[in-house]
Design a protein around this ligand. Sequence first.
Ligand code: G4P
Length: 533
Amino acid sequence: MRANLIANVALTDEIAKRRTFGIISHPDAGKTTLTEKLLLFGGAIQKAGAVKSSKITDHARSDFMEIEKQRGISVATSVMGFNYRGKKINLLDTPGHQDFAEDTYRTLTAVDSVIMVIDCVKGVEIQTEKLMEVCRRRDTPVLVFINKLDREGRDPYDLLDEIEGKLNIRVHPLSWPIGMGKRFKGVYSLYERALHLFEGSKLTLSEGYKIADIHNEELVSLIGDNEAAQLREDVAFIDGIYGALDEEAYRRGEVAPVFFGSAVNNFGVRELLDCFLDIAPPPIPRETESRLVHPEEKGFSGFVFKIHANMDPRHRNRIAFVRVCSGTFTRKKPYLHTRLNKEFKFANATAFMAQDKEVIDVAYPGDIVGLYDTGNLKIGDTLAERELGLYKGIPSFSPEIFKEVINLDAMKSKQLDKGLKQLMDEGVAQLFTYELGSRRVVGTVGALQFEVIKYRLEHEYGAKCNFAPQKIYKACWIESPDKKKLNAFVDSKYRHIARDKDGKLVFMAESKSWLQMVEENFPEINFHFISEF
Ligand code: G4P
């Protein structure tokens, strides 16, 4: 009894300590730079430049082998754990390359909050909008960092308006810039009520200059006449409009606190991290098909959100990344693989601390464990101490590019089937199998994946295939409250009906206009660009 009580308290403490998040941005806004600065603060790395290796560089953008190599390196940085101010922070990396956007979307299902980086010159960009849509699906709390204040950027009020308009979320500035570009003097932290002066690449007042009242003459001597007047006006205006931050609204994903700074100059980063620790949510309850699971529940449960294959064909093991959702994960303990209804033990479990992988014995909610697997796990799988259904929330999005698989070696059909299945389990692409003639069509977000698939099928499975382009605009998951009408629809459009990896019905629409027409003609059928609705 007493031992149980102590164990429960320990679990609750561990949960309260965890902050699991991701940094998202349109490429080049400064995600890698900010990641690196946060890690420097956390003492997880010692020098700048250490994180760069996980980024897909410009010259590699069209070279898939180079990208795979870099993705290989990035396994080490996929999850960066570090301790800061008594908290255990798990930062989940998301690929910067647009072709791997689906990876990013899936990783976002494993975080409890995100920091979104926006370039002050470019404002809200297309990928920012897409990522925000994904966050909104789970009401993920978002903190915004407006970066590159050392450049001549857009007016801060315009930027806030644009965020509200394009990202459809209320903003709440928690810091305010004093000038920009060449005239950039620093930021006033509305959260800490402190002034941070900018002097090139170093922070002059690292802890913030606690200015008792910005109406004091002192401010003028620090930033100049005009700037002091402007700042006073801005602060009065912002205080009047926004008042105090509603932290609960932030945690519900309704309000995005906004910080300004310059990641490359390490400016505004500590304030961001400190506020993040104060307000970001610890692991929260998550839904399975059958019920809501609380992190404090004693029984371990978690789900697979990412699988990374070993590129070396001699070691065809894979690492499955499992997000712990409840209880304590213990190495070598048998857990139920919900989909297969079978127990598995994982002797080889790794944690991700800093940039090293290390074998761990226990992990808590919010942590990510890497499990070595020989092909039993796929993305979306749930592992649990006892039956609780599958965790929800790893949907597939309609791909953009579709190609039919053409087997080039009839003797190697089995190898091709196996290879395709395993690559799809890893989430490299999506496979749609037509009802008619069992034609198989692979769908991806970017063109690069076809190169990756071809190469890997040949080198890892000894199968050869080609890809024939298909005229398909979108894969639409279909459903209807009226089963008869759904069957009638499937019958009338059978040449365009396929099944996804889970056997769900998909309508392969050839063009936007055609899809619109079909939607009008079949009002009782619902068409979704996403597999969970
Ligand atoms: P990403 O991961 O979001 O794609 O962006 P990343 O951090 O790689 O940053 C993209 C570019 O923006 C980099 O320059 C980086 O140095 C620069 N950058 C990041 N933060 C700031 C900032 O606060 N101010 C300014 N002026 N630039 C910033 P690069 O030339 O592409 O790379 P590098 O040669 O500097 O590494």
